[in-house]
Design a protein. Sequence first.
Length: 176
Amino acid sequence: MRVRPETSADVPVVHEVVEAAFGGAQVPRLLDALRTSVAWLGLSFVAEQDGEILGHVSYTRAWVDAPDRVVEVLVLSPLSVRPDHQRHGVGTTLVHDSLALLQGRDEPLVFLEGDPGYYRRLGWHPASDWGFTAPSVRIPEAAFQAVRLPSYDEAVTGALVYPDVFWRHDCVGLRP
Ligand SMILES: CC(C)(COP(=O)(O)OP(=O)(O)OC[C@H]1O[C@@H](n2cnc3c(N)ncnc32)[C@H](O)[C@@H]1OP(=O)(O)O)[C@@H](O)C(=O)NCCC(=O)NCCS
């Protein structure tokens, strides 16, 4: 299996993978909207084996409202593995190898909302420990996680600000 940048030819299959992984239309719609938004940086990756796409991950632009300036950061969302290929390490490899491809970038950190039981093993850390607040009080503190990139600067702290797309698609935090 290899992790590589998504091409335009992959987009329809990626849509299917995301829909199957999340079991509904909300997250694939979010991804479609991200693709045409200011948040889109083209940082979309697929896990491919024998010509088949088994998983997908995207990183998009967000901001931290730091004390002295607004700083661009990345948000990992969504992460999807085809249901018939889950629990075989595809998600782990996708996150690990795609993060490796981001090491030369200027953003200091990547954030996500996710199950700490899954992401801690992959090296993610509670973002609140490093001085960040989540974009919504509906994001449990333990779920709000980050990894540092080589451009990390400890002076960058503050609130994570999502682009409007996440709000328009109601894809922030948990609802009862
Ligand atoms: C979450 C997801 C990306 C994991 O991908 P994967 O390829 O199945 O994960 P891996 O094989 O790398 O890791 C599997 C391990 O992670 C753990 N794990 C898997 N999904 C988990 C979850 N949702 N929560 C907590 N732990 C999870 C399990 O402990 C598993 O280990 P085990 O098989 O020894 O029990 C995949 O299950 C998926 O697409 N889920 C639906 C969409 C989703 O929830 N995306 C993440 C949103 S933040």
